[in-house]
Design a binder for this molecule. Structure first.
Ligand SMILES: CC(C)(COP(=O)(O)OP(=O)(O)OC[C@H]1O[C@@H](n2cnc3c(N)ncnc32)[C@H](O)[C@@H]1OP(=O)(O)O)[C@@H](O)C(=O)NCCC(=O)NCCS
Length: 127
């Protein structure tokens, strides 16, 4: 269940050998309303890659091009910072998510991982 303590933990948790210096837990607002969020680790899993832990657009704002617009801005900022590629994983069977990432130039890397309750399919693209 998503609770305030779970979110507080998500805001600071990092993969092994990384520190919070490389973590960005970012909210995107329409006025006062939080409409999208991004959990990003830079230089992970290697020095030239950014890893997206989670990207989510409020359901009332989905399908309007907002996710694509935000993500294009993120990719161009990451590229300017010197990173070369971006990776993420979606839950196998989540067609909405897969379609969104394919539409935004991502392809399946062939890597997948068994997580509790789902299979994570890794996608990536060059910046
Ligand atoms: C995936 C997600 C981030 C896309 O954001 P968005 O603002 O809706 O995206 P855009 O409007 O820029 O792009 C729309 C595309 O997303 C997909 N999409 C968005 N809403 C959808 C819906 N309700 N049903 C099916 N596909 C949908 C479609 O592929 C659509 O492509 P199309 O324009 O060719 O139809 C958003 O739908 C979301 O937060 N989903 C739930 C969380 C999630 O799955 N996150 C990704 C995993 S890390």
């Amino acid at each position: 269940m998503i609770t305030r303590p779970v979110i507080r933990h998500d805001m600071t948790v990092v993969p092994p050998h990384k520190t919070t210096d490389d973590k960005y837990y970012v909210g995107f607002f329409d006025g006062d309303k939080l409409i999208a969020m991004l959990d990003l680790i830079v230089k992970y899993p290697d020095e030239i890659t950014a890893w997206v832990g989670l990207f989510m657009v409020d359901s009332q704002y989905q399908g309007k091009g907002i996710g694509t617009e935000i993500f294009n801005d993120i990719m161009s900022a990451l590229k300017k910072s010197g990173l070369k590629q971006i990776e993420l994983a979606y839950a196998k069977g989540n067609k909405q998510s897969k379609h969104f990432w394919v539409k935004n130039g991502f392809f399946e890397t062939g890597n997948e991982a068994q997580e509790p309750g789902y299979t994570a399919i890794v996608m990536g693209r060059l910046l």
